[in-house]
Design a protein around this ligand. Structure first.
Ligand code: HEM
Length: 489
């Protein structure tokens, strides 16, 4: 272990999904267990390491995509990416028992399911979440492969299968679950399944990203995301040296009940003078999320959608909930419970308590899965096909990042409470309570009657599994995790 401040960030060393995001139209997640022949697995991993996409490669790929778009050539550039991450049980299986100093990671997500608020049953004081079976058994790791189309990704998947001899009697990985995610088609591209533009607000990282546009949240220290760098909550030099430039990856398999969500909006339009019922329903959707479907934030466009603002990356994140600077107890522009305000309260806590939320920022990746709504689903207002979000977030400390956002902010009715509004309510999108899901409610959905309660008859986002992984740096993968010595022998 070294106590020296590490050298500047080298994009060659960091897996590409973390700081830059693997470019993708589609992404396949392969969750696996490592066979008992651990040394064969570790030696085969040496063949995978050269295929792992670095941040430097992603930057080149993004340039190639930009050039292609500019040249107005048809089709998409053929691009693929591959990243890998391990759970604590995977590291332990490989004999890497150093303490990475993250309690949530060490315990795993299954042990956290009840505290996260996931639904389930309890028998003999053991909580059993309503998850798919794959996540109720140890998952040692995940390999995820991205690309411009299914054919490109399939080629990469075959390479991975060959490396680990998948299908053969001496295969070194056993696939426990494969999930394919796809960016939604045409004008819904970039929008999650409820219809809202996603992936707008991620923290800008010092030493890697250029400065954010004026008015947007300030940059965060690199250690908020990367282990072993300034801003890591564990002092620099205290974690095993091979964890430098890695990041904890929280994966959540989140199903979305879209027709049911839409029906709720339809039945509960915000009633303001001049709004048609349809406009009132759209407005309610925006009040629940904190942004309009176009991506325009309520803090800047409180009454009417502004698609040009939503599409403008120089302006669509330039707000800090300070527009009501005369009265920061006001939720006239944006409810305190709105999803984006709950998960990143920006200046709210600073104004109320002098607290800074920089340490609680996460980088979100992930992709949609499942088909578009069918006519039958629209007509019967009932989900027939599984669809949702393959949620991925990166952070250097799970207890400050994903776990904190879900448990201490989204699930807490009192969070952001203050004089006048002591209980803003749960995050309507992801806030959950496994004691009684039908007791979810919020205030502030109607700007003219900000203390009126709005009750939610059900949850519209249903977690069906997940795991906490560690996404190591490429040098750590090459020099510590993969065992080159076996190849040489
Ligand atoms: C299916 C589930 C989810 C849906 C539909 C959803 C949807 C959205 C949308 C539409 C946005 C606005 C776009 C943007 O600001 O980038 C957003 C932002 C965000 N979401 Fe979610 N989300 C989901 C799950 C989660 C979870 C599980 C977390 C963490 C516990 C989370 C944390 C965040 C954060 C941190 C932001 C950015 C807030 C900001 O910086 O203003 N989301 N989400």
């Amino acid at each position: 272990m070294s106590t020296a401040t590490p050298s500047p960030i080298d994009p060659q060393n960091i897996q590409g999904d973390i700081l830059s995001g693997l470019p993708k139209k589609t992404e396949t997640y392969i969750f696996f267990q490592i066979s008992d022949d651990v040394s064969a697995f570790r030696s085969q991993l040496t063949h995978l390491v050269p295929l792992v996409t670095s941040t430097a490669q992603v930057l080149k790929d993004r340039d190639a995509i930009a050039n292609h778009k500019q040249s107005k050539k048809p089709g998409l550039v053929e691009i693929s990416g591959l990243n890998i991450a391990f759970s604590q049980s995977g590291l332990t299986k490989m004999g890497l028992t150093d303490d990475v100093q993250d309690a949530g990671f060490k315990a795993g997500m299954l042990a956290d399911a009840q505290a996260l608020g996931d639904a389930g049953t309890t028998a003999n004081s053991k909580f059993d979440p309503n998850w798919v079976p794959a996540f109720k058994n140890p998952v040692h790791g995940v390999i995820f492969l991205s690309g411009d189309c299914h054919a490109t990704v399939s080629k990469r998947v075959r390479q991975v299968e060959q490396i680990f001899k998948v299908g053969a009697h001496d295969a070194t990985i056993h696939e426990v679950l494969r999930i394919v995610g796809d960016v939604r088609p045409d004008k819904e591209s970039g929008h999650e399944h409820f219809g809202f533009l996603d992936g707008i607000s991620n923290p800008s990282v010092q030493g890697f990203d250029s400065a954010p546009p004026p008015g947007a949240p300030a940059q965060v220290q690199p250690g908020v995301i990367l282990l072993g760098r300034d801003g890591d909550s564990v002092p620099v030099g205290s974690r095993p040296s091979w964890t430098l430039d890695g990041s904890f990856l929280a994966f959540r398999y989140l199903f979305q009940l879209v027709p049911e969500f839409n029906e709720f909006l339809e039945k509960n339009p915000v009633q303001l003078p001049g709004l048609t019922p349809k406009e009132g329903s759209e407005f309610l959707g925006a009040r629940l999320v904190g942004r309009w479907k176009s991506g325009a934030p309520l803090d800047l466009a409180p009454l009417k959608d502004d698609p040009a603002l939503g599409a403008d990356s120089q302006r669509n994140n330039s707000f800090n909930y300070t527009a009501d600077s005369t009265d920061f107890t006001s939720q006239t522009r944006c409810p305190f419970a709105a999803h984006v305000r709950k998960t990143n309260p920006r200046n709210d806590l600073k104004q109320a308590f002098g607290a800074d939320v920089a340490k609680n920022r996460i980088i979100r990746r992930g992709v949609q899965f499942g088909p578009e709504l069918t006519e039958l689903e629209k007509k019967e207002k009932k989900t027939q096909n599984g669809r949702g979000l393959l949620f991925v977030s990166y952070q250097s400390t799970l207890a400050n990042g994903f776990q904190f956002l879900q448990k201490s902010w989204a699930n807490q009715e009192t969070f952001l409470g203050r004089a006048g509004v002591t209980k803003p309510g749960l995050d309507p999108i992801i806030g959950q309570s496994n004691t009684d899901p039908t007791l979810r409610e919020m205030v502030g959905s109607d700007p003219d009657h900000p203390t009126n309660q709005l009750k939610f008859p059900q949850e519209w986002v249903v977690p069906r599994g997940g795991e906490y992984f560690f996404s190591p740096s490429i040098p750590a993968l090459r020099d510590t995790i993969a065992e080159a010595v076996h190849i040489a022998a």
